[in-house]
Design a protein around this ligand. Structure first.
Ligand code: ADP
Length: 508
């Protein structure tokens, strides 16, 4: 099969993942092209890329989801490949197909593989045929109420009704009582229709005390497929990941080995090429079942990179060029422990409402074992149009205990003003006994919400200090104004400033 060197990559994405991809390209001597919407004129990925092309208005449907505009930018900039990142067009088979038709290398799987795994009912059938254990449930779309009730009673309550085109936790309903079957079915269908334009749903047994465990895989076009071990992603809110770690504290070596083998078998059954993730759900007795395959780079990929020592973006690019994998399964090991926290611009005390706005100040954590994949800077305004994730904070240490302490330290160092963030909430997760013990499942956040949202003495104290700091800032500005107006009135402000300094010096 032919090999084609990639010299220039267009990144069809924005935010932290666009910056992260450009970083690997720079290290490989590959030139980069950013694309941007109106709202992203001053974005970091635009500043950091070798060149940047405007592709449309702020709503993603008019820019980052507009296939024609992106292909046009790739042609004009003479990019020979496109990296889709995650989200946006990354799991869009039509985009992968269009790249192929236009002679542009898509750094990701074939359209056929995306289609096969994007439809969860088809994916379940493929996995069953390959001998991979799937969650007990239907392998056909369910539409009729009577049929749904019959099937559910056969599987046994509780069950999950899930959208076949699902993603991001949408179109999913947990059903515990028979009387709720019909309303849940209709609810899941209409949510699926709105979110994905497809109302197909299927039914799965609800796994009690579930752990979300996923395996990273890499596959080249010559039939070599390896797994890069697991990620534990059970710290979730509304079925969305918040903190991830590897190795999983609930994993044991023989289950890891078996799951890894199934992950490789699953990728092979999907005729997969590139980087992908096989998600499993595991119960307290360590029984595990295939959940779905994500045919792209995941948000949480850096923890695997750190523990296995592989740059996943570089491997994606090398595979897309037509190179064979440079390692085999026996070459890969897990070393130490890594944790990732997703930092959001959100008001955790106000039902986690997104809180975009202008960053008035940001200090990112540094030091041994700390990686901060972000894209915002002081003075940057987070647009309202996109996901409110600010960055991902990743730490590594020899042991899980040390990694938790390092994460606490890094979160403490992380200072962002101007927008509300989830940093305090994440600090509380690191302090939660259930998290520290490693004995947690996907119910962790809901079961610990009171603890995670509680105001600590320190928070109240910090709030006082923040007030004083704001006052000091205010009087400082007043002072400058007064200085230009009348020298004799300066002393007032100055006294307050001294007061503020004396008190604020405690912690600052
Ligand atoms: P999506 O593609 O929308 O993210 P997933 O199938 O990956 O949906 O499921 C997301 C999360 O929902 C899982 O990580 C898990 O917490 C929960 N979940 C999904 N299916 C089940 C199930 N059958 N039993 C228990 N929990 C489930």
């Amino acid at each position: 099969m032919d090999h084609r060197k990639i010299n220039k990559v267009l990144i069809a994405n924005r935010g932290e993942i666009a910056v992260r991809i450009i970083r690997s390209c720079r290290e490989m001597g590959i030139r980069t092209v950013a694309v941007f919407s109106d709202a992203d004129r001053t974005a970091m990925h635009v500043r950091y890329a070798g060149e940047a092309w405007h592709i449309g208005a702020s709503p993603s449907s008019e820019s980052y989801l507009n296939i024609d505009k992106i292909i046009e930018a790739a042609k004009k900039s003479r990019a020979d490949a496109i990296h889709p990142g995650y989200g946006f067009l990354s799991e869009n088979a039509a985009f992968s197909r269009r790249c192929r038709e236009e002679g542009i290398i898509f750094i990701g799987p074939s359209p056929e593989a995306i289609e096969g795994m994007g439809d969860k009912i088809t994916a379940r059938r493929t996995m069953i045929a390959a001998g991979v254990p799937v969650v007990p449930g239907t392998t056909e779309k369910v539409t009729d109420e009577t049929e749904a009730t019959r099937v559910i009673m056969e599987i046994g309550l509780p069950v999950m009704i899930k959208a076949s085109a699902g993603g991001g936790g949408k179109g999913m309903r947990l059903v515990k009582e028979e009387s709720k079957i019909v309303s849940s079915l209709r609810g899941a269908q209409s949510e699926a229709k709105t979110a994905f334009g497809d109302d197909s749903v299927y039914i799965e047994k609800y796994i009690e005390s579930p752990h979300h465990i996923e395996f990273q895989i890499l596959a080249d076009r010559y039939g070599n497929t390896v797994h890069l071990f697991e990620r534990e992603c059970s710290v979730q809110r509304r079925h969305q990941k918040v903190v991830e770690e590897t190795p999983s504290p609930s994993m044991v070596p023989d289950v890891r080995a078996r799951m890894g083998e199934y992950a490789v078998a699953a990728a092979k059954a999907a005729k997969y090429e590139g980087a992908g993730t096989i998600e499993f759900i595991m119960d307290d007795d360590l029984n595990f079942y295939f959940l779905e395959m994500n045919t792209r780079l995941q948000v949480e990929h850096p923890i695997t990179e750190r523990v296995v020592g592989v740059d996943l973006v570089k491997e994606q690019i090398r595979i897309a060029e037509g190179n064979p994998l440079p390692f085999s399964q026996q070459d890969l090991r897990q070393t130490g422990h890594a944790i990732e926290c997703r930092i959001y611009a959100e008001d955790t005390d106000n039902n986690f409402m997104p809180n975009p706005g202008t960053i008035t100040h940001i200090t990112e954590p540094l030091g041994l074992g700390v990686r901060c994949d972000g894209y915002v800077y002081t003075g940057y305004t987070i647009p309202i149009y996109y996901d409110p994730m600010i960055s991902k904070l990743i730490v590594w240490a020899q042991t899980r205990e040390e990694a938790i302490e390092r994460m606490r330290r890094a979160l403490y160092e992380y200072k962002i003003t101007g927008v509300k963030t989830s940093i305090k909430f994440l600090e509380r997760i690191m302090d939660a006994p259930d998290f520290r013990s490693g004995k947690y499942n996907t119910h962790f956040i809901e079961n610990n919400m009171k603890f995670l949202l509680a105001e600590t003495e320190c928070d109240l104290y910090c709030e006082d200090l923040a007030l004083i700091a704001a006052f000091v800032d205010y009087t400082g500005k007043l002072e400058k104004v007064k200085l230009t107006m009348d020298n004799s009135t300066v002393r007032h402000g100055s006294d307050w400033k001294q007061f503020g300094r004396r008190h604020a010096a405690y912690r600052l």
